[in-house]
Design a protein around this ligand. Structure first.
Ligand code: NAD
Ligand code: IPM
Ligand code: MN
Length: 357
C-alpha cells in the first residue's frame, strides 16, 4: 500500500509545539504515512506576510488528510480556508473520559459521546454591520414587539443563517453516526440542541429537520434540549449522551464545556469532515498563556491524529495510538501540568511513543 499523504500545519501559539511532538510520534511509530510540514503559520507570516503560502495550499490539495494545530492571529487564514473554503461542514468533537485524567466531576467514568457541531453557517463566519445601515434597508421589518430597527439607534448587528440544506446535511450525518455507534454497542440516540423557544424560525428549522431525519431511522432514539438546559445536563448527566447535534456557535461553546468535563481542553480532539479535504485539530486554541514554555498538553493533537488514522482506514494504528495515550493517563507518571503532573510536552509524547514501539 502506498503511504497516505498527510500535511501538518502547526499554526500559531502552542499549535507548532503540539504538532511537532505529534508528528514525532507518527513518524517513529512505523505508521505508513508520508508527512509534509510546509512553512506556514505565525513564522511564515513574520517572514513573508502570509501565514498560508501557496506551496502549503498546494500540498493540502494533494494530500489525503490535514493536521492543524491552532490559530490565533495570522493562521486564522488557514482555518478559514480549511473550514469554509473546503466546506468541511461537520465538526466532530468526541467527548471521552480516560481514567486518570483531571476531571472536576466526581464521577467522570464512562463519559463517551460525540458532539457534532454544524461547521459552515449559523453565526459563522461573522456577518456584522451597523444597525442604522440595516434599519434603512429593512425599513418594513418589525420585531416581535412591533418595533422597527430604527428604534434601537446606534449599534451593531450579527446575522445568523440556518439553511434547509445546512440543517439537512448535518442531521443526516448525526443519524448515520448514531446508527454506526449503535452497531458498536452504544445506545443509538440523537440529542438535538437548539434555542427554539426564542429563535423559533431558525432553531425551529434546525430542530424540525433533525427530528424528521431521525424519524426515517428506525431504532434511533431522539431527544431535544434547549442549549441552556443542555449545558447543565453536560455537567449533571454527562453519561446520558450518545450523539449531540447542534448549530455552530452552540457547538463551539458546548465543546469547551464538555472538554472540561473529561479533564480539560488539553485532551479534546476534533475532526472537520464532509468537504473537499478533511482536517483534524484540537478543540483548544493557541493557549497564549502557556505558549513557548514546553508544557502544553499534546493529547488533544495526538487524539486528533488518531481520528485522522481512523479516517484513513488505519484502524489498528489508531487503536494502538489511543491505547498508548490511555495508558499514560492510567499510570499517571508522565502527565502534563494541566493534569496535575510535572511532565513536559516532550516527555508526555516520548512516553506515548515508547508504548507504541
Ligand atoms: P485556548 O483554548 O487557547 O485556551 C484556553 C485555556 O486552556 C488557557 O488557559 C490555556 O492555557 C488552556 N489550554 C488550552 N489548550 C491546552 C493544552 N493543550 N494544554 C494545556 N492547557 C491548555 O482559548 P483562548 O485563550 O480563548 O484563545 C486563544 C486564542 O486561540 C484566540 O485567539 C482564539 O481565537 C484562538 N482559538 C483558536 C482555535 C483553533 O485554532 N481551532 C480554537 C480556540 C481558540
Ligand atoms: C474553535 C475555535 C474557533 C471557533 C475560532 C478560533 C474561530 O474557537 O475551533 O472551537 O469559534 O470555531
Ligand atoms: Mn472554540
Amino acid at each position: 500500500m502506498p503511504a497516505k499523504k498527510v500535511v501538518a500545519l502547526g499554526g500559531d501559539g502552542v499549535g507548532p509545539e503540539v504538532m511537532e511532538v505529534t508528528c514525532h510520534i507518527l513518524e517513529h511509530a512505523g505508521f505508513n504515512l508520508e508527512i509534509a510540514k510546509p512553512f506556514c503559520g505565525a513564522e511564515a507570516f513574520k517572514s513573508q506576510g502570509n501565514a498560508f503560502p501557496d506551496e502549503a495550499k498546494k500540498l493540502c490539495a494533494e494530500s489525503d488528510a490535514i493536521l492543524f494545530g491552532a490559530a490565533e492571529g495570522p493562521s486564522v487564514a488557514i482555518l478559514v480556508y480549511l473550514r469554509w473554503f473546503m466546506d468541511n461542514y461537520i465538526n466532530l468533537r468526541p467527548v471521552k473520559y480516560y481514567p486518570g485524567a483531571y476531571s472536576p466531576l466526581k464521577n467522570p467514568e464512562g463519559i463517551d459521546f460525540m458532539l457534532i457541531r454544524e461547521n459552515s453557517e449559523g453565526l459563522y463566519p461573522g456577518r456584522e454591520g451597523d444597525i442604522p445601515w440595516l434599519a434603512q434597508r429593512l425599513s418594513d421589518y418589525k420585531d416581535p414587539f412591533g418595533r422597527t430597527l430604527d428604534f434601537y439607534g446606534e449599534g451593531k448587528f450579527a446575522i445568523r443563517l440556518i439553511t434547509q440544506k445546512g440543517s439537512e446535511r448535518i442531521a443526516k450525518y448525526a443519524v448515520q453516526l448514531a446508527q454506526e455507534r449503535k452497531s458498536q454497542g452504544f445506545p443509538g440516540k440523537v440529542t438535538c440542541v437548539t434555542k427554539a423557544n426564542v429563535l423559533r424560525q431558525s432553531c425551529g428549522l434546525f430542530r424540525k429537520t433533525v427530528e424528521e431525519e431521525v424519524k426515517r431511522a428506525p431504532g434511533i432514539a431522539y431527544e431535544h434540549f434547549h442549549v441552556d438546559d443542555a449545558a447543565r445536563r453536560l455537567i449533571r448527566f454527562p453519561n446520558n449522551f450518545d450523539v449531540i447535534v447542534t448549530s455552530n456557535m452552540f457547538g463551539d461553546i458546548l465543546a469547551d464545556e464538555a472538554g472540561e468535563a473529561i479533564g480539560g481542553l488539553g485532551i479534546s480532539p476534533s475532526a472537520c469532515l464532509g468537504g473537499q479535504k478533511p482536517y483534524f485539530e484540537p478543540v483548544h486554541g493557541s493557549a497564549p498563556d502557556i505558549a513557548g514554555k514546553g508544557i502544553v498538553n499534546p493529547t488533544a493533537m495526538i487524539l486528533s491524529a488518531k481520528m485522522m488514522l481512523e479516517y484513513l482506514g488505519m484502524r489498528k494504528e489508531a487503536q494502538a495510538l489511543e491505547n498508548a495515550v490511555a495508558k499514560i493517563y492510567q499510570e499517571g507518571k508522565y502527565l502534563t501540568a494541566d493534569q496535575g503532573g510535572k511532565a513536559s510536552t516532550r516527555e508526555f509524547a516520548e512516553a506515548v511513543l515508547r508504548d507504541l514501539i
